[in-house]
Structure formats: structure tokens, C-alpha cells
Ligand binder design. Structure first.
Ligand SMILES: [Zn+2]
Length: 426
């Protein structure tokens, strides 16, 4: 049992904050409210006086192991980036590469206040081992691409992965199906994957409408957009988390709203790859279920969700020319509870009794939080990753005073350097 005493508490249920206590039993919050006298014996008591206490951030779209490729493929557009640089390197990735890359990515996430990630990639057994050890919450998608309509072998391997890894580690790790995109999978294959995911009650995580080229090519073949075509074959009968959604028509937005699709906004990746700008004001107008992602570190080039979250806010305000659009507390909900729901965690992202104890403590005395004014604003617009002091995930301390407790950071960095070298020189 853990008690955080006298913290500045942001529950994110509204825009209020107060000085109070938060108590954790096993993996859940059992008290959040005004400071009081306790006659319960706690294993750990944390003095929260100097900290903001709030839910951890949720990264709803990333590819953890791509930290191995950061900085080696800049200034190229998406399709060239994929075909000329990324796919050839990915062809050489071993399980061990992916394992150590995912461990480093988990460390980077935790140290910047991210307590949940939605990843999809390959060698997913290795990703499972990494997130299990790092202690981070994750939804792991089995990445799929196929030129064949009925790729029963791939579908079976993915199904076995989901069966084996869904709902593990006391619900901390979920598994999902992840068809890469409509331009790397056939329509019939996408349809079959969604049908299987619906039967098994798990998430489909995919890339949709990322570049203009993708829409133009698809329309040449089918006459309508990927989103509208996928809707016509029942793809959105499954619960879907769609990354990007940059090139969208009014009809596309309506489809996403009607089918309750989660949108993972990755504005830094879209801007850096020259793909375009997600229309955040339109998405807010259609009241879509929004979350924030970083995408992989090879197109961002880091996993610091704070940066993408801030950019979502600035795009909302800048594109609409309305600074009142998306106030700080609403932005924080998109980056926490709303994103968590999009990727299958219904009891994550608020400080509320019964919710999972995924909590971060932010240093109120740092230079970027001084003077201490409005905590929602300070977190949304001012704080830096280094201001995160302590991280609790699923009721367990995973970082204290900026030291990750679950894995040895220096050993992981050393291994990543070694694996990167082999990858580049092979
Ligand atoms: Zn992606």
C-alpha cells in the first residue's frame, strides 16, 4: 500500500485542484480527497508537498523499438522514408534488437511521465518481455502486412499472439491486431483481421489517411476514400484506434464519429515527414475520441508525449484562430483518460477511486513551474520531461527521484549502442 500525502492533486475529472492525499492498494486507487489522519499501515508514504500529483500520460500510437533508428532517416517523405531506409533496416532486426530498443523506449517514456503506450511492430514477444520488465502499461499490436486477400498463416500467428498475450500482468498488458495500413494490406485481409478482432473482443490498431498519395492511389482503385471503403466492409465493427487521420473529408469524420473510432494524433511525425497537418479543430467539431501519440522515434525523433500534446493544442488554436479552443484541462484529458479509452483501458487516466494507480509526481519547484500558478496550465504548456520526479504504474513504483527502478538504464543504453552498431554495419 502506498500513500501520497499533501500533494497538489489534479484528478482531471474537472479543472479543479486541491491539496490532498491519494492512497493505493494493490493496483488501484482507493482514496483520493482532502488530507486526513490515517490509522492504516502503509508500506510506502510519499510526502507530496512539493509535487503535482496527476494521472500518467498515455501514448496512443508508437513503435517502441524504432528508437534504434532515430536520427538516421531525416528529411525524407513517408513513402521514400519507408521503402528506401526503414523497411531495409527492419528486415535485419533481430528479436534482441527489438527487445533492447523497446526497453530503452520504455525508459524514455517513463522518464517523461508516460505510463501507458500503444505499440505495434514485429518480434512482439520481445516487446512483451520489455514492457513486462520495465513495468509500463501497454497495448501491444501484432503488426500485419500482406498482398494476399486470404493470408491465413499470418492471421493465425497474430491470433495466437493475441490469445497468449492479451490481459497479462494483472491487466497491465493487452494485445491487439495491427494491420499496418490500407496500402500495405489488401482490403479483404483488413476485413478478415477486423472480423477476428471483433470475435475476440480486442482492439484493431492501424494507420489511416496519413498522406495525400495514399488517398489518391486508393481512390484510383476504389473510387472512395480508405475510411469510407473500410466502413462499407464492416471494418469498424471492431474497436479501432486509427493513427494520423490527416487527409479527411466531412464524410470520413462522420464515419469515425458514427463508429466510435479512436484517433491517435501524431502531429510531430506528420509535420516532420512533410505528410501534412491534422485538422484538430474539425476533429473537435465532430467530437471525435482523440488521443495523442508520438509515432516511432525515427519520425519524431523522440517519445516525449508532452511535445505532441502541446502541438495538438497549438494546432487547435492556430488553425481555428480561436485561442479559447481546447483549454488546458481538456487537453490533459485527451493525453490521458481519452487516449486510454481509445486503446482499451477503461479504468485508466483519472485520479478516481477504483481507477488503476498510474500516477506521476511533478516537481513544483522546477524552473518551468515557477511561480506556481495554475497547475493545469503549467503541465499543459510549461513543464519539461525532467520535471517528472516519481512514476507509479499499476500500483507499483517504477521511478523515484528520476531513477528508474525496474531496469538498469545504463546497461540498456550500452546494449542499444551495441545492437545499433551491428544493425548498421550488417
Ligand atoms: Zn506509426
Amino acid at each position: 500500500m502506498i500513500l501520497i500525502k499533501n500533494g497538489t492533486i489534479l484528478t482531471l475529472e474537472g479543472n479543479e485542484f486541491f491539496t490532498g492525499d491519494l492512497a493505493i492498494k494493490d493496483s488501484r486507487i482507493f482514496y483520493v480527497g482532502k488530507s486526513k489522519k490515517w490509522d492504516v499501515e502503509f508500506d510506502t508514504v510519499i510526502d507530496g508537498t512539493d509535487f503535482i500529483v496527476m494521472p500518467g500520460f498515455v501514448n496512443t500510437h508508437t513503435h517502441l523499438a524504432m528508437v534504434l533508428m532515430r536520427g538516421i532517416a531525416d528529411d525524407i517523405e513517408l513513402h521514400k522514408w519507408l521503402n528506401d531506409v526503414i523497411f531495409p533496416i527492419e528486415g535485419k532486426l533481430t528479436k534482441d534488437d527489438v527487445y533492447f530498443g523497446s526497453l530503452l523506449a520504455s525508459i524514455e517514456s517513463i522518464k517523461s511521465g508516460v505510463t501507458t503506450v500503444a505499440d505495434f511492430y514485429f518480434h512482439m514477444d520481445a516487446v512483451f518481455n520489455a514492457v513486462k520488465e520495465a513495468g509500463i502499461r501497454a497495448n501491444l499490436g501484432f503488426g500485419l502486412a500482406s498482398k494476399f486477400d486470404f493470408d491465413t498463416v499470418k492471421l493465425k500467428v497474430a491470433t495466437d499472439f493475441v490469445k497468449k498475450y492479451n490481459d497479462r500482468e494483472d491487466g497491465r498488458i493487452l494485445a491487439s491486431f495491427a494491420p499496418h495500413a490500407p496500402y500495405t494490406c489488401t482490403l479483404k485481409f483488413m476485413e478478415a483481421i477486423a472480423k477476428r478482432a471483433k470475435e475476440m473482443g480486442v482492439l484493431v490498431h492501424t494507420h489511416l489517411h496519413e498522406t495525400e498519395k495514399e488517398i489518391v492511389d486508393f481512390k484510383k482503385q476504389y473510387g472512395i476514400t480508405p475510411i469510407q471503403k473500410l466502413a462499407s466492409v464492416g471494418f469498424f465493427g471492431a474497436k479501432v484506434n486509427a493513427a494520423h487521420c490527416v487527409y479527411m473529408s466531412a464524410e470520413d469524420y462522420k464515419v469515425l464519429k458514427e463508429h466510435n473510432v479512436g484517433v491517435a494524433l501524431n502531429p510531430q511525425s506528420n509535420l516532420k515527414l512533410g505528410s501534412g497537418i491534422p485538422d484538430v479543430p474539425e476533429m473537435l467539431k465532430y467530437e471525435l475520441n482523440l488521443g495523442v501519440g508520438t509515432d516511432g522515434a525515427s519520425s519524431n525523433n523522440n517519445l516525449i508525449l508532452l511535445e505532441d500534446m502541446r502541438l495538438v493544442s497549438f494546432l487547435a488554436k492556430g488553425l481555428s484562430r480561436d485561442p479559447q479552443l481546447l483549454p488546458a484541462d481538456e487537453l490533459l484529458r485527451i493525453a490521458t483518460v481519452s487516449g486510454a479509452k481509445n486503446i482499451g483501458f477503461s479504468d485508466v487516466g483519472l485520479l478516481k477511486e477504483g481507477y488503476k494507480a498510474d500516477i506521476i509526481l511533478i516537481n513544483k519547484n522546477s524552473e518551468t513551474l515557477t511561480p506556481f500558478t495554475n497547475p493545469h496550465s503549467l503541465v499543459a504548456y510549461s513543464m519539461r520531461p525532467g520535471d517528472v520526479d516519481t512514476v507509479i504504474i499499476n500500483g507499483k513504483l517504477v521511478m523515484q527521484h528520476r531513477k528508474v527502478l525496474t531496469v538498469d538504464e545504463e546497461t540498456v543504453k550500452k546494449e542499444v549502442r551495441k545492437h545499433y552498431k551491428r544493425l548498421i554495419n550488417s
